[in-house]
Design a protein around this ligand. Structure first.
Ligand SMILES: [Zn+2]
Length: 274
């Protein structure tokens, strides 16, 4: 199986944890067992149901509903002007090996973050020498993911590198999850609140791009990656904005039965096609 490495590590830890639980059970161990189990079993595809645009919009709507507070911000962001900067990304293509990707990430944490952050990063690097696994496959659905194990204070990372500069930012993002959890691990928050989960790690990714846009050999590509992210976010915010406006206009914001919402979404999709 393609993602064997990750699951082999987790399975090994799970066996140890069961043994520990047998000898001396505690809440900490029970939590760690839960974390392992959810990692191992959540990823297995249950059925290959075809997802319709209606289904996709519906689940997105439910997710957005949880973050109503940020809607006005999102709407104003969508209206911000474009940077207007154009560049040829192909001219900027930089080939990096996994070793170079790791080293550039190390360099950023060492010189571009606080002493405490660097210490936390080094916790994973030294305490857990093989915590990053690069998979040598052409990138498909999964690109990078990490798994934090609270009992052992370990963060496992696996990624399919594209061997480009963006991988450095992605690796910093995955370490960011580990640093986040190392300082503030709360299982219930993290499994139910996706926005909260991603905010710290995304922050490290941006910090890295800002750092490399100001120093060393990767200034141009870092700057353009930042601009790219800005444009992408604006585009996504624009789509969300249109969707939210439409469902608001339907007066469904507070009286959404599933059927009503699905009907509104179908109309919205039809309208988009013209
Ligand atoms: Zn993430």
């Amino acid at each position: 199986m393609q993602y064997d490495w990750f699951n082999t590590q987790v399975k090994q830890r799970l066996r140890e944890l069961y043994e520990l639980e047998r000898i001396n059970p505690s809440k900490e161990i029970a939590d760690a067992i839960e974390a392992c189990k959810s990692q191992l079993f959540s990823k297995e595809p249950k059925c290959k149901r075809k997802i319709t645009p209606q289904d996709a919009y519906y689940s997105e709507y439910l997710a957005f509903k949880k973050y109503e507070l940020i809607w006005p911000e999102l709407q104003s962001f969508a209206n911000k002007s474009s940077t207007g900067i154009t560049y040829d990304i192909h001219k900027l293509k930089i080939e990096l090996t996994p070793k170079e990707i790791s080293h550039l990430t190390y360099n950023f944490f060492k010189n571009g973050t606080s002493a405490k952050t660097f210490e936390d990063y080094m916790h994973f690097r030294t305490h857990q020498r093989h915590n990053v696994h690069f998979i040598n496959k052409s990138p498909k659905a999964l690109y990078a993911e990490s798994f934090y194990l609270p009992y052992y204070k370990e963060n496992y990372i696996q990624m399919i590198p594209r061997n480009e500069f963006g991988d450095v930012a992605t690796l910093a993002h995955e370490y960011g999850h580990g640093i986040h959890f190392l300082n503030n691990y709360h299982k219930r928050w993290f499994t139910q609140n996706n926005l909260f989960i991603e905010i710290i790690s995304t922050f490290y990714e941006y910090l890295l791009l800002v750092y490399y846009s100001q120093t060393g050999d990767y200034q141009e590509i870092s700057l353009y990656s930042l601009i790219d992210n800005w444009e992408e976010l604006k585009y996504a915010a624009g789509n969300v904005n249109t969707f939210l406006q439409y469902t608001d206009l339907m007066g469904l914001k507070d009286c959404y039965t599933k059927q009503e919402l699905q009907k509104a979404i179908s109309e919205f999709i039809q309208k988009q096609q013209y």
